[in-house]
Design a binder for this molecule. Sequence first.
Ligand code: FES
Ligand code: FES
Length: 165
Amino acid sequence: MTQSRKLLKRKFTLNGQPQEVDVDGHETLQHLLQERLQLSECRRGCDRGDCGVCTVMLDGQPVYACLVMAAEVDQSIVETAQGLSAANAKYQRLQRAFQEHALTLCHLCRPGLLVSASALLGERPAPSQEQIRAAISGHLCRCSGPDQVVRAVLAAADGGKVETS
Ligand code: FES
Ligand code: FES
């Protein structure tokens, strides 16, 4: 005999748009975003809170989407890297700085790192190197290491210089 799982209705705002979804208690936010809502920048990596590639903003704080159950996001505000870029001049400056200073970052880590860096700059417009390293320490990156990300965030910070074209 097969048992059907109970579905829960959840409403939240995703990248500025209202969402209403049915979720079961076992689905992660990462799965919901990438597999069902087609947001490819919320990547699946370790699936256990080790790598950071699934990082999204939940109610203004960066979280690992693989560690958040979809059922928990009722009435919340969720933003992915894509959503942060819309009409956000500071975020666009950060994106340009990543393009200029973090050239070897592959597409696996980039969206999650942008979310974490954006959250940091929201709290500390001119962070120190140590604060930047702490903010991105939850991202394990095989290709690039943290140095170029630190340079990019410094360039995008208040007082930093970043090319505009
Ligand atoms: S997939 Fe979420 S932290 Fe690795
Ligand atoms: S930039 Fe490629 S694994 Fe991190």
